[in-house]
Design a protein around this ligand. Structure first.
Ligand SMILES: [Zn+2]
Length: 279
């Protein structure tokens, strides 16, 4: 009973927060508005929801978003496998694909540039049409790429956004730095590009304000016999985040989650959060 009360209070607070975000000027937090964009699968958070929907919302907290890192043609097959699992749970509109425009030019030159893989670009457009969201994950994803000077960061961002726009992916709003590497100079350049920075603990908005989040990865090359253990840790964190009113994001890497028990973890996690009576 106490837990139900907590959940109700949390949902009430979330409603107020989402309501105020939806009413706030678009330049403050457009990305949150888009993340929360009402679609059939997550209709509960829209302001004008009916009482029936409110009742449904009380019983089922908003499922978390999935952040797919390292989206590049280099991992085309792995990405297809991940998408197949996400699709089983109609999770397209709750998934963000963080794209690398030119994967690892230090090692591969422009071999994995999006420009050289029109089939992959077309695939991304298909996913986008089905609700998947496309955002930015560095430019070349070289080692600690954005632990760099303001000038270098600015140049990389100019190149990245220009290429993405030319391929039909304009209006980018989120930036996830490769390996979470950042410094004050590069952060300044990213925010000046009107991008919200995603870190494990914070969203940093273009106006410099921060929002606490819980963004973690539970599938770093896990074996099949580790699935249940990782799942119980992830679900514990998820419930705690709900209780504290902190948005929960599940980060995954193609090529990594495809190993061992990774995809089974993803399937079981989504199965649980999509059926809240189990969580
Ligand atoms: Zn990465």
């Amino acid at each position: 009973m106490r837990r139900l009360g907590l959940v109700l209070v949390t949902i009430g607070l979330l409603g107020i927060i989402v309501g105020s975000i939806l009413r706030s000027p678009p330049n403050i937090s457009p990305q949150i508005k888009e993340v929360s964009h009402p679609r059939p699968q997550n209709e509960g958070i829209h302001e004008s929801m009916t009482e029936e929907k409110e009742e449904k919302q009380k019983n089922s907290p908003e499922p978390p978003l999935v952040f797919v890192h390292d989206v590049t043609p280099y991992y085309f097959d792995d990405l297809r496998e991940i998408v197949a699992v996400l699709d089983e749970y109609n999770y397209s509109n709750r998934t963000v694909l963080f794209v690398i425009p030119v994967f690892d030019p230090d090692h591969y030159g422009d071999e994995w540039s999006l420009r050289n893989h029109p089939d992959f670009v077309e695939y991304l457009h298909e996913l986008q049409m089905r609700g998947y969201r496309v955002e930015l994950h560095g430019y070349g994803h070289t080692y600690h790429e954005f632990n760099c000077s303001y000038e270098t960061a600015k140049e990389k961002l100019d190149n990245a956004t220009a290429m993405m726009t030319s391929l039909g992916f304009g209006n980018l709003t989120l930036f996830l730095p490769p390996a979470w590497a950042l410094n004050n100079e590069s952060l300044k350049a990213i925010l000046e590009h009107n991008l919200t920075v995603v870190t494990p603990d914070w969203l940093i908005f273009p106006n410099g304000t921060r929002q606490r989040i819980w963004n973690r990865e539970y599938t770093w090359y896990i074996e099949r016999n580790e699935v249940e253990g990782r799942l119980s840790v992830a679900l514990h964190d998820y419930r705690k985040a709900i209780e504290e009113g902190i948005p929960f994001y599940l980060s995954v890497h193609p090529g990594v989650i495809n190993y061992g028990g990774g995809l089974e973890f993803l399937r079981e996690f989504l199965d649980t959060v999509c059926r809240p009576e189990k969580s």
